[in-house]
Structure formats: structure tokens, C-alpha cells
Design a protein around this ligand. Structure first.
Ligand SMILES: O=c1ccn([C@@H]2O[C@H](COP(=O)(O)OP(=O)(O)O[C@H]3OC[C@@H](O)[C@H](O)[C@H]3O)[C@@H](O)[C@H]2O)c(=O)[nH]1
Length: 309
């Protein structure tokens, strides 16, 4: 039988009924890409690409093994601080926890590597905080001061205004705050009796809720956390001088307890976040009755406590 195709206005066209499609060539799927690669030296380019990528991965630093913190840093506290005549209380107690985790950050792409750390200083407009900010700025870090100016003053950090590495946020730490940072120095709290007794509920709230918020931030962004505690955590100590293992003699219902117990709870929270959430923390104590020189020394010690690495 002969099949026919009918075109408008044309005669019927006869078609051969012996149509046979080309036999399939399965090897074409393999040979076609190979021929494509071999053509015009494409193979050479592919090999060069592979070589460059291999070289790049070999030479770039991989995730380093966690480093151990050299205790030498802590052995170098200034001698004059050891023999400070300003207070009979412990001059500078410091507790460090979680030091093995401090280099746990992932690899940062080459172009995005930062020179300094991004650091938040709460209470950075205060007496100790502003000296600390000066040290960190000198070191080349990027500093964000978070302060509600209850006792702090803008003038204390005004000399950094205009520096692109410096930012200031008027914020009360009892409200949550989300920032991308590497380290948090948490100092926000009224420190003198006049100020912390002014609104005791607010004082303890700042210590508890404020510290919770900052620890939550540290946990979320993987930042290292330093809380400035105080020798007031020993209350009316029965032991002199107080060693770090001494737990103190604190009146939980006295007029000073909003500060004493507030800082004690802040210490508890800090340790619980360390143990429970693996946040790397420092708990340095603080001097009482500080003058300018002492605050400066304290700032230096805080920076040493939470080194940049
Ligand atoms: O709720 C508050 C209270 C206070 N602050 C700020 O926190 C800062 C506290 O600075 P202050 O000058 O009063 O106190 P100091 O710098 O002397 O003491 C500070 O460091 C040492 C620690 O032991 C103290 O607890 C800490 O507050 C101020 O800038 C104040 O405005 C807040 O940001 N929020």
C-alpha cells in the first residue's frame, strides 16, 4: 500500500513506504562530550582549572585545631596591682572558663577577613567602660558601646566619634539586642551605692535580665563573654583576703543586696551559660574605690582577660 500526503492545490504526492529511521548509536552519549573536550584544547583548560583549585585548597589555612590559652598572659599582671593599697578586698580576681573553645569560628572567605574584632562594651560610657573602649580602639578593634547613660556620659567616649570603627547605641540592656559580634564586655550596671540604691529593682533587673540578654546574644552569635563582677559579691566577708574559692557572707535582704545579689546572680548565669551552652566566659572581679589610674589599670586587665585571638 502507498501512503499519500495531500497538499492544498497540488496533486497527490506519492511517498515511498520504505521509511527506515537511522539506527540509534548509544556510544554517541559517551563520545560526544569527549570529542567536545578534546576539541580546541579544552582539555588543557580543564586540567589547569583543576590544578589551580587543588593548589588553592592546599595552601589556604584550614580550620585550625583549637588552641590552648597560654597562662603566661595571666602571669603578667602588673606587680603594682598585686600590692594595691586602695582596697583590702581582692584586687583583681579573675575566673576564666571555656578557654578551649575560643577558636571555634568557621573559615572566613579571603576577601571578607577582618583585621580587628567586633566588640560590644555595655556600660562603655561609664568610668571603667570608657577606659576599656580606649584600649580596644587603640588595639584596632571595632567597638560598639551600648549604654543607657544612667551614670555614663557621652563625653567619656566622644573623642571616638567619627572613627568608622566606633559606634554608640543608646540602649537599655534589659531589652534584648541582636548584634553580630565576636566579644562582649558586659559592664552595664550602676556601681556606686548612691546609684544602685536609687532604684534597687531596676538595679537587680539590669544585673539579671540585662546579663541574661547579653549571654543570650553571646550564645546566639558564638561570642566570648566577659562580666565585670565586683568584690561586693563577698558581702561582709569573714575571710581576709578573699580567695576565689571563698563564697562570701552576703545579706540577701539588705539594702545593698540589689547590687551584691544581682552581681552574684549574674555570675551564676554566666557559669550556667558556660556549662549549659558552651559559651566561653571570663569573670573578673573589680576594685572598690577606684581612681582614674585604677580604672585605667582595670581596663588594661580586662583587655588582657579577654584577648583578641
Ligand atoms: O541599667 C543600666 C545602668 C548603667 N548603665 C551604664 O553602665 C555604666 C556603668 O558605669 P559606672 O561609671 O557607673 O560604673 P563603673 O565603670 O565604675 O563600674 C562598672 O565596671 C566595674 C563593675 O564592677 C561595675 O559593676 C560596672 O558597672 C554607665 O555608663 C551607665 O550609664 C547602663 O547602660 N544600663
Amino acid at each position: 500500500m502507498t501512503s499519500e500526503l495531500t497538499f492544498r492545490g497540488h496533486e497527490t504526492q506519492p511517498m515511498a513506504d520504505t521509511y527506515s529511521p537511522k539506527p540509534p548509536k548509544p556510544w554517541l552519549a559517551v563520545t560526544r562530550p569527549i570529542r567536545y573536550i578534546l576539541r580546541e584544547q579544552r582539555l588543557t583548560f580543564v586540567l589547569i582549572g583543576i590544578a589551580i583549585a587543588t593548589l588553592g585548597f592546599t595552601l589556604l589555612p584550614s580550620n585550625q585545631a583549637p588552641q590552648r590559652y597560654s597562662s603566661a598572659i595571666f602571669d603578667s599582671f602588673p606587680a603594682e596591682l598585686e600590692s594595691s593599697h586602695l582596697t583590702h578586698r581582692p584586687v583583681y580576681n579573675e575566673r576564666r572558663f571555656g578557654i578551649q573553645n575560643w577558636n571555634s569560628g568557621g573559615k572566613i572567605p579571603l576577601g571578607l577577613k577582618r583585621k580587628g574584632k567586633r566588640i560590644v562594651v555595655t556600660g562603655g560610657a561609664g568610668f571603667v567602660g570608657s577606659h576599656l573602649v580606649d584600649r580596644l580602639m587603640e588595639r584596632g578593634d571595632s567597638v560598639i558601646v551600648v549604654d543607657n547613660f544612667f551614670t555614663g556620659r557621652k563625653e567619656n567616649v566622644m573623642h571616638h566619634f567619627g572613627n568608622p570603627r566606633f559606634e554608640m547605641i543608646r540602649h537599655d540592656v534589659v531589652e534584648p539586642l541582636l548584634l553580630e559580634v565576636d566579644q562582649i564586655y558586659h559592664l552595664a550596671c550602676p556601681a556606686s551605692p548612691v546609684h544602685y540604691k536609687f532604684n534597687p529593682v531596676k538595679t537587680i533587673k539590669t544585673n539579671v535580665v540585662g546579663t541574661l540578654n547579653m549571654l543570650g546574644l553571646a550564645k546566639r552569635v558564638g561570642a566570648r563573654f566577659l562580666l565585670t563582677s565586683t568584690s561586693e559579691v563577698y558581702g561582709d566577708p569573714l575571710q581576709h583576703p578573699q580567695v576565689e574559692t571563698y563564697w562570701g557572707n552576703v545579706n540577701p535582704i539588705g539594702v545593698r543586696s540589689c547590687y551584691d545579689e544581682g552581681k552574684r546572680t549574674a555570675e551564676t548565669l554566666t557559669m550556667d551559660y558556660h556549662r549549659g551552652a558552651d559559651v566561653e566566659v571570663r569573670l573578673p572581679g573589680s576594685l572598690t574605690h577606684m581612681d582614674q589610674e585604677c580604672a585605667l589599670m582595670m581596663a588594661v586587665l580586662l583587655v588582657i582577660s579577654l584577648p583578641r585571638l
